[in-house]
Design a protein around this ligand. Structure first.
Ligand SMILES: Cc1ncc(COP(=O)(O)O)c(C=O)c1O
Length: 470
C-alpha cells in the first residue's frame, strides 16, 4: 500500500535537525540582528502567491525558503530590544514541547481522547489557581489567549446572570479591546458596553461604575459583568480590585479580571502585592504566552467556581457519549468554546520542570525591576518626561525637554518622529500609546533575555534622536 504523505525515518531525522539548527542559530544571532523585519504586501505577494505544486519539492529547500522568506519577515517579539506591544520570549523547552505535542497530536477535548494531557492541564491550571490565591473550588481551561479567555468568561457571566435580554457590560477606557469584542460576540449591544472614562491614574473609577450600573438598572437593563484590569496593556496599571470586588459582590455582578498581561506577576512578592484582591474575582484571564515565557498560543481562564464554566459550555452530544467518564474525569471541551484542542499544558509544564520556579520568579522580577530602573533614568533625564510610572514592566514617557514649553501638537510630532527613527534605525522595536489624548512612547520590558544595557541603549538612542528632532 502506498503511503503518499509519509517520509522515511532517516529523512524525518534529517529535516528535524535542519529545523533545530535554524532555530538555535536564530537564537544565537538574535541580539545582534534587527528587532523588526517586514515588507509591503506587493513584494510578498510576488514572492509567495502561487498555485500549490502538483509534485513535491525537496524538503530541505522548502524549510530554507520558509525560514528565509516567511518566518523571518516579521517582528521578533522575543528580541531583547523588542519593547513594543507585549513581547513574547518563549523558553526552549516550551518550544520543544510544542513540537512534541504536535507530533503526538493528542486531542485534549475529553478524558477518553487524552487522559495524560487532560491531567497535566489540571496540574498546570492548579498551579495558576494557587499562585493567584483562588480556592479549591476554582478551576479552568487553557485557551488560545486573552481574547478567547475573555469570551469564555463573558459567556459564563451571562449564563450565571440567567442570560438576560438587555445585558450590559462595564469596563474602563483602559481595558483591552478583547473585552469589548467578547462583549459584542456574546450579543451585548454596542451601546450597552459601558466604557467608563478613567482619570489621571488610568484606573476604573468605582463611582463612575456605580453610577453607570444604577442608570442601567433603572432603565431596565441587566448588568452581567464588570471587567477590571490587572495590568492594563497601555500602562500596566492595576485597578482597585478589592474595592471593585466589594461593589460587584454587593450588586451581584460577575467580576472578570483581565490579567492576561499582568497575571504572572503574582509569582513574585512585589507583583502579588500589586494584584491583591484578584482572588475575589469570579473569573481571571492570564496569558502564559506573555509573561510566562511560552510560545503562542497559551492563555488561561480561571473561574472561582469551575461549575460555572461547565454550566455554560457543557452540551451532550450523542457522538461523544463514550467520552463521559463521570466525576473527577473532566472533559476540557465542557469548559470552553473549543472541542478539538491541542495540548497547551505540556509547554508550561516542561519549561517549569526544566528551569524550576525560582528561575521563573527571577525572570518575572527582572522585568519589573528593569522597568523601574528605566523609570528612574527617564525621571532624571532633562530631555524626557515620565508619563506613567513603571508598573508591571511597562513605563510610558515622551521627549519633552525641561523648560522648552512646547505645545502638545509639536510634542506629538517630535515623539512620532523619534519613534519612526528608532524603528528604521533597526536598533530596537518600540510602540506608542495614547494617554489622555497625548502621544506617549511605551516600553514593555518583560523579555527574560533583555538586559539593562538593552534598555539603556534604547533610551539613549531615543534621546539622541529627540535632540536631533528639536
Ligand atoms: C491586557 C490584555 N488583555 C487581553 C489581551 C488579548 O490577548 P490575546 O492577544 O492573547 O488574545 C491582551 C493582549 O495583548 C492584553 O494585553
Amino acid at each position: 500500500m502506498k503511503r503518499p504523505l509519509q517520509l522515511p525515518p532517516g529523512v524525518m531525522r534529517e529535516l528535524a535537525n535542519q529545523v533545530t539548527e535554524a532555530l538555535v542559530e536564530r537564537s544565537e544571532s538574535l541580539s545582534g540582528d534587527r528587532a523588526w523585519d517586514g515588507e509591503f504586501k506587493r513584494d510578498l505577494t510576488a514572492r509567495l502567491m502561487e498555485e500549490p505544486p502538483e509534485t513535491g519539492r525537496p524538503p530541505r529547500e522548502v524549510i530554507d525558503r520558509a525560514v528565509r522568506d516567511i518566518l523571518s519577515v516579521a517582528l521578533r517579539l522575543d528580541h531583547p530590544r523588542a519593547f513594543g506591544f507585549v513581547p513574547s520570549a518563549p523558553t526552549w523547552p516550551g518550544v520543544l514541547a510544542d513540537y512534541l505535542a504536535s507530533g503526538f497530536n493528542n486531542n485534549v477535548a475529553t478524558w477518553l481522547t487524552a487522559s495524560g494531557p487532560s491531567e497535566l492541564e489540571a496540574v498546570v491550571v492548579d498551579w495558576f489557581r494557587r499562585w493567584l490565591g483562588y480556592p479549591e473550588t476554582a478551576g479552568g481551561i487553557l485557551t488560545s489567549g486573552g481574547s478567547a479567555s475573555a469570551l469564555d468568561a463573558l459567556v459564563a457571566a451571562r449564563e450565571a446572570a440567567g442570560h438576560p435580554e438587555r445585558a450590559a457590560v462595564y469596563m474602563s477606557d483602559q481595558s483591552h479591546s478583547a473585552q469589548v469584542r467578547a462583549a459584542r460576540i456574546i450579543g451585548v449591544r454596542r451601546d450597552h458596553i459601558r466604557i467608563l472614562p478613567t482619570g489621571a491614574d488610568f484606573r476604573l473609577d468605582p463611582a463612575a461604575l456605580a453610577a453607570a450600573v444604577a442608570a442601567d438598572r433603572s432603565a431596565g437593563r441587566a448588568p452581567v459583568a464588570v471587567c477590571a484590569d490587572a495590568g492594563s496593556t497601555s500602562t500596566g496599571t492595576v485597578d482597585r480590585l478589592g474595592e471593585i470586588a466589594d461593589y460587584c459582590a454587593a450588586e451581584d455582578i460577575w467580576l472578570h479580571v483581565d490579567a492576561a498581561y499582568g497575571g504572572f506577576a503574582a509569582v513574585t512578592e512585589a507583583g502579588a502585592r500589586l494584584l491583591r484582591g484578584i482572588e475575589r474575582a469570579d473569573s481571571i484571564s492570564l496569558d502564559p504566552h506573555k509573561w510566562f515565557f511560552q510560545p503562542y498560543e497559551a492563555g488561561c481562564l480561571l473561574v472561582k467556581d469551575v461549575r460555572t464554566l461547565e454550566r455554560a459550555f457543557a452540551i451532550h452530544h450523542d457522538v461523544l457519549q463514550d467520552s463521559v467518564w463521570g466525576a473527577n474525569h473532566p472533559n476540557q471541551a465542557d469548559r470552553g468554546l473549543q472541542l478539538s484542542r491541542r495540548d497547551r499544558a505540556l509547554k508550561i509544564w516542561m519549561s517549569v520542570q526544566v528551569f524550576g520556579m525560582a528561575a521563573f520568579r527571577a525572570a518575572v522580577a527582572q522585568g519589573i525591576e528593569l522597568a523601574e530602573r528605566a523609570e528612574r533614568y527617564i525621571a532624571e533625564s532633562p530631555l524626557l518626561e515620565l508619563m506613567t510610572p513603571a508598573s508591571l514592566g511597562i513605563v510610558c514617557f515622551r521627549i519633552n525637554p525641561d523648560g522648552a514649553a512646547l505645545g502638545e501638537k509639536d510634542l506629538d510630532e517630535i515623539n512620532r518622529n523619534v519613534l519612526a527613527r528608532v524603528f528604521w534605525d533597526d536598533l530596537a522595536f518600540l510602540s506608542s500609546t495614547s494617554l489622555g489624548g497625548q502621544f506617549a512612547l511605551r516600553m514593555c520590558i518583560i523579555n527574560h533575555t533583555s538586559t539593562w544595557d538593552d534598555v539603556r541603549d534604547t533610551l539613549e538612542a531615543i534621546q539622541s534622536f529627540g535632540r536631533e528632532s528639536l
